[in-house]
Ligand binder design. Sequence first.
Ligand code: CAA
Length: 684
Amino acid sequence: MTTLQTYEIHGDVALITIDSPPVNALGYDVRKAIVDGFEKAAGDSGVNAIVLTCKGRTFFAGADIREFGTTQKSPVLPEVISTIESSPKLTIAAMHGTPLGGGLETALACHYRIALPTTRVGLPEVHLGLLPGAGGTQKLPRLTSVEAALDIITSGRQVKSEEALSLGILDKVCSSEDLVKEALGYANDLVADNAPRVLVRERNDKLAEHKGSAEIFNTFRSKNARRFRGFLAKENITKAIQAAVELPFEEGLMRERELFMELMESRASAAQRHVFFAERETIKIPDIPKTTPVRAIDSVGIVGAGTMGGGIAMNFLSAGIPVTMLEQKQEALDHGISVIQKNYQRSVKSGRMSEAALESCMSLITPSLDYADFSTVDLVIEAVFETMEIKKAVFSSLDAVVKDGCILASNTSYLDINEIATSTSRPQDVIGLHFFSPANIMPLLEVVRGEKSDLEVINTGMRLAKTIRKTPVLSRVGWGFIANRVMKFRSLQADSLVLQGINPETIDKVIYDYGFAMGPIAMKDLVGLDVIGRGSTELTVDSELVSMDRLGQKKNGGYYDYDENRQRTLSPIAMDLIKEVAAKKGVKQITADEDEILARLLYPVINEGAKVLDEGIALRSSDIDIACIKGYNWPVYQGGPMFWANTVGLDNVLNKLREFEQQYGDAFTPSPYLEKLVAEGKEF
Ligand code: CAA
């Protein structure tokens, strides 16, 4: 018997409690403890029912992801499930927190399931590029319906107790907070009523209507084709649920296992597991101990009610934090606030937000034309024009009015936080909080630490991210910080390839096929060519298109022409312009296949990532991956640029960069850090 399990007898009910912090993941010790408990109860003649529950923050949150890729010791999860299913006693899972993945599969082995109202169940394996490999795909459709199982397992979403009860995943929701007491009472009632021992595996009623017809699966596939692109797991989940309908239970299980193993060995799943841990790693900063205080942020000031300021404000309003918004002119202020209202109204229209929630968010805004209104706020974020002089003037005005301990943050994308901090008397309270556009949607928050930023201030910035549902990545000061800096190199290469005669459509296709939602040229048209080239005097295709008033999607088309449904076709005008600009600049024309184009576009990103690491701008390569995934939608199943580089082989990346350097010059000169890693046979 292991110490992480307690076994208690309450009348004729055995209560098995597992306690394995932080989330009762189903590692070897936990699996063994469950089996020990069930075997003990099976041999206990005084026991008629078994309640399985967990201590701590949650019922089993799934398999122990750290064990993936290793040979697991017996009892493996299917053995645990089979032990529970073959128990001669009545079995009840009593759940709280987030019973996910293997955790929910364990509960599905029991005859009955009871949970607290706050419990959220789910099969989130899809987020790890996997499918539920211990019967989940065979049992959920049997319990709920094929439609519900397709939705829940391919989305990986968490289902709240109330919905889980209505879907049949739960049999009972507690009416109090005392889960154990209610579960024991429920067990007594079931025993007294001589309740049937319902094994989900034996139920077939919900499957009958789809037997012999693939229609529901084909419709589901075609409806989601675009969203599911590149995600092998979603296709395999659909296949496994189809097997649940078509095959007897045991054969369905075998099919599920085959499809699971295919995913487990896939590069996509390795990438997604890397991302799972990388996301949780960003918050860990070597010189900031866990005990470092966090300042309370109960009110926020925002300077600038433009697109960025408004988007930033929405994050706080949605989290219930009051925001004072400052502008120079009443008109700009009114406009900014009306845009926020319109954005929320769009959410209400699409059913993602209630009218009451909209009202409550809007009521948290205090409009202001006077810096003095910031005198009591805990944090001010500046989101004004990207000019050092203006930023310094703003920070100096802030310094004069804010209270002691107020954090002063700049949303600058490129400027030096240390220099901005010199315009205040409190550089220790100054940091960068860099949001990505659209700021209310993109999940990345780069927290920029200045040379003098206090550890407490940095820590507060990092922790604040969770409150506003962002992923924080720490950066030191340097041009473009992390995401913008490395991704810039993809844009530069896209422009260069266009001038060298590579068809813009091919460039967009290569990036789309890699997994991005859109290629870099189509993206320029979307953002607006006037916005992209602002301030530059260089002769470029962009500047020539702008001079012809071709601004992109918003006006007259850009590289592409757009029809009334925004379908694009490459513009002959743009193609002529490209040739003209290339001729004027004397650019040599080349041909390249798609692999070569991909390498040209993305290896420079990796190379710049190596420099960012070498300079200490980013703490770790996985932080660069997260910055690109959360800030630029780098396809999660590629794992981010640095993880992807490891899978390509750093020596291959280096050799190609050297080749490009020979052909096209020093834009491709390999980072000495990359050379060092290759020489030492290491990876990022
Ligand atoms: N295995 C190993 N470690 C896990 C884990 C798991 N399944 N789930 C969470 N952890 C760890 C985290 O890495 C983190 O560790 P550190 O503190 O050392 O960073 C710690 O538990 C706490 O996690 P969070 O910071 O994420 O805490 P949270 O309260 O915000 O969220 C949670 C809790 C909802 C359970 C979230 O951690 C989560 O979604 N976990 C993954 C759940 C999952 O995917 N389960 C399915 C696993 S696959 C499976 O079960 C396949 C199968 O059928 C065989």
